[in-house]
Write a protein that binds this ligand. Sequence first.
Ligand code: XMP
Length: 315
Amino acid sequence: MRDAETFRVEAIRRLRADVPGRAIVAASGGIDSTVAALLVQEAIGDRARALFVDTGLLRQGEVERVGAFFRASRLSFEVLSAEDRFLSALHDVTDPEEKRRRIGTAFVRLFEEEAARSGADTLIQGTIAPDWIESGGQLRDTIKTHHNVGGLPADLTLKIVEPLRDLYKDEVRQLAHHLKVPEPERQPFPGPGLAVRVAGPVSRERVARARVANAIVEEEVERAIARSQIPRPWQYFAVLLPVATVGVMGDNRVAGEAVSVRIVESVDAMTATAMAVPPELLRTIAERITRALFGTVTRVLYDVTDKPPATIEWE
Ligand code: XMP
């Protein structure tokens, strides 16, 4: 990208040529798809609908937070509630790649239906270069299928347009700044959402538990950052593990699940280091999680593994 203004003008020209009819824009709430949606809005106005899907796999307060971010970016958007659809697509699925494929398919089917409703034939996505490079576009092996790339079904009826597909993250940030998009939430959140933070089977109850644990980790880490106890990590979250581990409830032994806390430092997510955080922070997180999820989560662990050999997410 030479400069943001030249890219904007060129992208708008290309979008007008590529989208003669109506389009659906997949707006995830992240910076990439927000920038893509703003370019589309500028290029073709109300011939495009920007859709934010509530998959039921989002974090606590996410719909409100994303809505506020879109409004501050002056993006016209709609929220689609689709929790039941996503949970039933994930029913009985434990393989992480299969989760991503099912989620990708559920997104696309939903977008196809919405496109049909508004007479659109094009789906616009905020895919950037590292997304398709990590999805096997250039590497020998697929590391993780990004649900918006490798997860697309073969019989897709919509034409895909990706205005940012040659850009890297720093270029998107530059463009966002140029388009006066406010700073989004600072830590990345995977497209498949809490489905990959609930290791093993995905159910409404397990997602709800992972959501509570995640909110506690976020709150406590942000508190520690505000008190200058730790620098801002790259990502900080909780993962619900499908193990039965024994705990005590009053006089009884109970089997609950375990939660793994992950706090990592990274520059570009290609490599990462598990952060050495103060033990009191971990103790507070463990106490709060086991109290909030009393009887269902009986153990909290801290993941000390770097990437590589581990990935940042568990799945
Ligand atoms: P890993 O776990 O591969 O993650 O070390 C690298 C970065 O990518 C995020 N991530 C995803 N983002 N769809 C996404 O949009 C996905 O399927 C996905 N899987 C991982 C992860 O949170 C980290 O920032």
